[in-house]
Design a protein around this ligand. Structure first.
Ligand code: ZN
Length: 294
């Protein structure tokens, strides 16, 4: 028996994440029949439901929920980087697999490792906003939400000279107000409907022994198993940039390709929606716009 007292705190986030998403997906499935572009009223009723709005993309909220169901496309997204212990190896793996991903980066990590973020851009990946300090935005006042968004944005601009079009709120916890604040800053909120359940706070995942990781279901093959069960056309897959999860990537990609899926970026997914939306994920011109406001 492993040290449960030690691992219990690590287990909770992964289990909570899986449970939340399972609930959200089920709720979304139940509501799908009344799908309408009027997701706003639904969002107001369930303030922090991650799948609150319906449809693929709700333009009035600036919220991308998933891709079209009639194409076997998947998007790989990696949150919480750049992690110096895994990001460069992850970029090597993605290059080898010929896949472009979307990285939701944390501003303070960007300022610590700007060269990794530049490499993401150089190699054709999308860099997206995951706030400056990875704070849960739903219980912050609007001024603080905006500060969290802008500070991350500033760090990415310093690192790469690029702006960002996409944002994912930490923990996918948000309210209608957070969605509105995010949209007002020029961002599209990107949801998730395929999760690895690989989130462990403070880099704890890399510190687990192999036996502990197995018991918690956090070995790379276990992560790949969970993801594979959630493959569906238009799925947006969430993994975290950490040394364990990245070892599941090649396996996930191989299993997906065997099933006829191919990988696209978030911008490519939006361009393939029933009502296509053209987005430049990391525009150069945004830099000047933002420069004027500062
Ligand atoms: Zn995160």
């Amino acid at each position: 028996m492993l040290k449960m007292r030690h691992t219990a705190s690590l287990l909770i986030p992964a289990v909570v994440a899986v449970t939340l998403v399972a609930t959200g997906v089920r709720a979304a499935d139940e509501k799908r029949r009344d799908e309408a572009p009027t997701g706003k009223s639904i969002v107001k009723k369930v303030a922090t439901n991650r799948n609150a709005s319906e449809g693929f993309y709700n333009a009035s909220e600036g919220y991308l929920k998933r891709g079209p169901r009639d194409e076997r496309t998947l998007v790989l997204t990696f949150d919480d980087g750049p992690n110096p212990e895994s990001a460069n190896r992850l970029l090597d793996i993605l290059r080898e697999l010929d896949i472009k991903a979307t990285f939701f980066v944390v501003g303070r990590r960007v300022s610590a490792h700007p060269e990794i973020v530049q490499r993401m851009i150089d190699e054709g990946h999308e860099v997206a906003n995951h706030t400056q300090d990875h704070q849960r935005l739903f219980n912050l006042p609007t001024e603080k939400v905006i500060e969290e968004i802008k500070d991350c944005e500033e760090n990415v601009r310093k690192a790469t000279g690029r702006g960002m079009a996409f944002l994912r709120p930490p923990g996918m916890h948000f309210t209608p107000q957070v969605l509105a604040d995010t949209k007002a800053q020029g961002y599209i909120t990107v949801g998730v409907n395929c999760v690895a359940g690989d989130y462990v706070a403070n880099g704890g995942l890399a510190e687990l022994t192999s036996a502990e990781a197995t018991e918690l279901g956090l070995q790379p093959h276990q992560i790949a198993d969970r993801i594979e069960k959630q493959f569906k056309p238009g799925a947006i897959i969430l993994l975290h940039d950490n040394p364990v999860s990245i070892e599941a990537v090649a396996d996930i990609v191989a299993r997906a390709r065997t099933q006829g899926y191919h990988f696209v970026t978030t911008a490519e997914l939006m361009a393939s929606l029933p009502e296509p939306v053209t987005i430049v994920a990391n525009p150069v011109e945004r830099e000047e716009e933002k420069g004027k406001k500062k």
